[in-house]
Design a protein around this ligand. Structure first.
Ligand SMILES: Cc1cc2nc3c(=O)[nH]c(=O)nc-3n(C[C@H](O)[C@H](O)[C@H](O)COP(=O)(O)O)c2cc1C
Length: 134
């Protein structure tokens, strides 16, 4: 099992309908490849976690980073993992209109200031906190 997390910035304003379309495609593709994960959108910032077989995760990630709809991709985590954090989500999704919608202080911190000196160990903790909040 392999996991990747990254942050990125959408290149232009993405209307909700476009995001929904992206999600539909992502869910179908991910189900087929037995990939799971989470996509958090806050304004123009994306935070995504992808997990599954290493080959499939890397193949998708290489496609995603070439996607012209976003750039400024910041790799947060690439790690081997025992278990999935999101076993039931082919792509869990939250569109956060306001930072006030985020109950997790740590996620808020990342999205707010794009704090990048986060330790790897902290990422899983952050995500676990996120899951338990929603
Ligand atoms: C922020 C972001 C996250 C994405 N996440 C996924 C995803 O989880 N799964 C997926 O199949 N495509 C995802 N995509 C879309 C892919 O880049 C790609 O457009 C899509 O897989 C269709 O590829 P295809 O035309 O080769 O079938 C994402 C795109 C962006 C901008």
């Amino acid at each position: 099992m392999f996991r990747i997390m990254y942050m990125s910035t959408s290149t232009g304003y993405m209307p909700d309908e476009e995001l929904e379309e992206l999600l539909k495609i992502a869910n179908n593709n991910n189900k087929e490849k037995k990939l799971t994960g989470l996509l958090i959108v806050k304004g123009r910032t994306f935070l995504q976690c992808l997990e599954g077989d290493k080959e499939n995760v890397l193949e998708l990630y290489n496609k995603i980073i070439k996607d012209k709809r976003h750039d400024n991709i910041i790799d947060l985590v690439e790690e081997n993992a025992e278990d999935r954090l999101f076993p039931n989500w082919s792509m869990g999704y939250r569109n956060l209109k306001s930072l006030d919608d985020i109950k997790s202080k740590k996620i808020k911190r990342i999205l707010d200031v794009k704090e990048l000196n986060i330790k790897k160990e902290e990422i899983s903790e952050i995500i676990e906190e996120f899951i338990s909040c929603y």
